[in-house]
Design a protein around this ligand. Structure first.
Ligand SMILES: C[S@@+](CC[C@H](N)C(=O)[O-])C[C@H]1O[C@@H](n2cnc3c(N)ncnc32)[C@H](O)[C@@H]1O
Length: 207
């Protein structure tokens, strides 16, 4: 038992050191972003110009809120930012936040009361168990649901960006994306940790 505790302590010490030393953690503190995830979205915005002309956005899995902060800082033509998360999120001026499961019927009712979006973002992660197969299946299920939400709620020419994990096959999801969007890419931002299997699906211009 003692040995297990020691290895747990060693692992958490290593995690803490890696976190504190991380250049994007340090940058997020000096730039006032709530998390280092901000820089992943900034890279996606710069590479794919996903905010150009965009007026309304929904951010699925938004807490603690760094993507919403980025949207506020980078979106020149934005009228509306809606955010949803299972967890609480501290207020960001100009962002309408719902604490809800985006798969719940409660959220389905909420989403019917708002207009369609020009951009659907999903940085949603499931609670990871460490089991690669079940974590992949959980994350794939979330991506499929986010995609189906975006197909129902995006304006024509709107964009969809979602995180997924490269630990399994998502070719069936990509096929649906290619059928419904003019351009589909996968992108690993430099700010995404190299040892993380996360990657972003970027679907541009819904047909
Ligand atoms: C990686 S974090 C998002 C970080 C965020 N993009 C930021 O920049 O602050 C993933 C979030 O997805 C949320 N999440 C997971 N499943 C969800 C669901 N079914 N509905 C809403 N949010 C969910 C989690 O609570 C978590 O806060």
């Amino acid at each position: 038992m003692k040995i297990k505790n020691k290895s747990f302590k060693d692992k958490s010490k290593k995690w803490l050191k890696r976190h504190v030393d991380d250049e994007f953690v340090q940058k997020s503190i000096s730039d006032n972003y709530r998390s280092r995830a901000a820089y992943k979205l900034i890279e996606i915005i710069e590479k794919y110009k996903i905010l150009d002309g965009v007026k309304s956005i929904i951010d699925l899995g938004s807490a603690p809120g760094s993507w919403c902060q980025v949207l506020k800082n980078h979106g020149k033509s934005l009228n509306s930012i809606i955010a949803v998360d299972l967890l609480e999120m501290a207020e960001i001026k100009g962002v309408t936040f719902y604490q809800s499961d985006f798969l719940s019927s409660e959220f389905e009712i909420i989403s019917k009361t708002v207009d369609a979006f020009d951009l659907v973002l999903s940085d949603i992660s499931p609670n990871l168990s460490g089991n690669k197969v079940s974590d992949f299946l959980l994350s794939k299920d979330l991506v499929e649901n986010a995609l189906s939400f975006s197909l129902q709620n995006l304006n024509t020419n709107g964009h969809f960006v979602a995180k997924y994990f490269r630990t399994g096959d998502i070719s069936d999801v990509l096929t649906i994306c290619k059928r419904n969007f003019y351009k589909v890419s996968s992108f690993k931002p430099k700010s995404s940790r190299k040892n993380s299997s996360e990657i972003y699906l970027v679907c541009l211009r819904k047909k």
